[in-house]
Design a protein around this ligand. Structure first.
Ligand SMILES: [Zn+2]
Length: 380
């Protein structure tokens, strides 16, 4: 298990780096589009390539239930199944299971839950989560964790954090014994040709628990560290405080991934703090709801004031949607509930997020993030 990571430049706490996966390099700081069921909703894979996405996410919970990880494995793994030969990261399934709330029963062994599709009962354990992610052929596998609910008392957060640590150890033991079972170990000439397992820091909204969780996760020795359990309804200052607490402890020579964040100005800020990877459903989900992220701020495209607006969604955006279509047309598509609306809005939003990260990387290389930080904050 290895995940070579080189840092090419640093500005303050921000790092410009490169992660080498078995399916190609990922330049960091990276934003990772979310492909829940083996599809970044509404966006074909060739467009993701055009947008220069080098890594996307798959959701273990959804792919396990449908079409099933054994089927995906038998078809050569998720890369082959969805025709995506760049990097894939899978989550552990934990977050989705926990977000089903009262349908879950948590024990030391794992989590029992009912499928949202047909109500059948299932058990996710750390071992099972590893087995599924390895069968899918993920490049970066996430340890099975308990996403602590919010709000949670201190003792509850500690108990949950301890469970995540025990599950991290079990995840690692299973992963180390089975990582070679990914469907793609025969990739010619690739280095490395194995997936990597990422540990996850929990600890609720308590900075000292976050630091302790980070220290003890690092003792287990992972090639990548994620900070989970954020964006669960806490105020944003709290998110920043929890990220800062974990970053203090996490090794600087390993990629650090904050899960499930955020708005464009937030991902700029977190990258400036030293976060290397982020993912969020916002650009895709918001796009389907007609919310566009632009260099002029957020824009609700269904607004009547765009009915005769011949300008592009974002005059500063070079994406193929902004190059070709007007706000008036995008508004019309959305109001008419045309499927093309979701597709075009999502492509623009992903372009905006990926361009934002590209601008961050450029600024780190030039040694000055201040302009980008103040410009992005003004859009908040
Ligand atoms: Zn655009």
């Amino acid at each position: 298990m290895a995940l070579p990571f080189t840092i090419e430049a640093q500005t303050g706490t921000a790092r410009l780096g490169r992660i080498q996966t078995a399916h190609g390099p990922v330049e960091t700081p990276a934003f990772m589009p979310v492909g829940t069921v083996g599809s970044v909703k509404a966006v074909p894979q060739d467009v993701l390539e055009e947008l220069d996405a080098h890594i996307i996410l798959g959701n273990t919970y959804h792919l396990y239930l449908r079409p099933g990880h054994e089927l995906v494995r038998s078809l050569g793994g998720l890369h082959k199944f969805m025709s995506w030969d760049r990097a894939l990261l899978t989550d552990s399934g934990g977050f989705q299971v926990f977000s089903l709330g009262d349908l879950t029963k948590v024990s030391e062994e794992g989590v029992t839950f009912r499928s949202h599709l047909d109500g059948t009962s299932h058990l996710f354990t750390p071992e099972r989560s590893m087995e599924i992610q390895i069968a899918l052929g993920s490049d970066i596998v996430m340890a099975f964790d308990e996403c602590t609910e919010h709000p949670a008392e201190r003792e509850r957060s500690r108990t949950s954090m301890e469970m995540t640590l025990r599950w991290a150890r079990r995840s690692k033991e299973y992963f180390d014994a089975h990582e070679h079972e990914v469907p793609w170990t025969q990739i010619a000439g690739s280095t490395p040709a194995t997936p990597a397992l990422s540990g996850i820091v929990q600890g609720g909204m308590y900075a000292d628990l976050r630091r302790e969780s980070a220290e003890r996760t690092v003792e287990l020795d992972f090639p990548c560290y994620a900070i989970g359990g954020l964006s669960v309804g806490e105020p944003r200052e709290k998110t920043v405080e929890m990220i800062a607490a974990a970053l203090e402890v996490l090794p600087k020579d390993k990629p650090r991934y904050v899960m499930g964040v955020g708005y464009p100005h937030e991902i700029v800020q977190y990258a400036a703090m030293g976060v290397d990877m982020m993912d969020c459903v916002l650009p895709t989900r918001a796009g389907r709801h007609g919310l566009l992220f632009t260099s002029e701020g957020r824009m609700n495209i269904k607004n009547a004031r765009f009915a005769q607006d011949q300008g592009p969604a974002d005059p500063k955006c070079s994406c193929k949607v902004c190059a070709r279509y007007s706000r008036a047309y995008l508004r019309h598509l959305f109001v008419a509930a045309e499927p093309l609306a979701g597709l075009l809005n999502t492509i623009h939003n992903l372009a905006f997020y990926l361009d934002t990260m590209r601008a961050v990387r450029h600024a780190i290389r030039l040694g000055d993030l201040s302009g980008l930080l103040s410009a992005s904050v003004s859009l908040a």
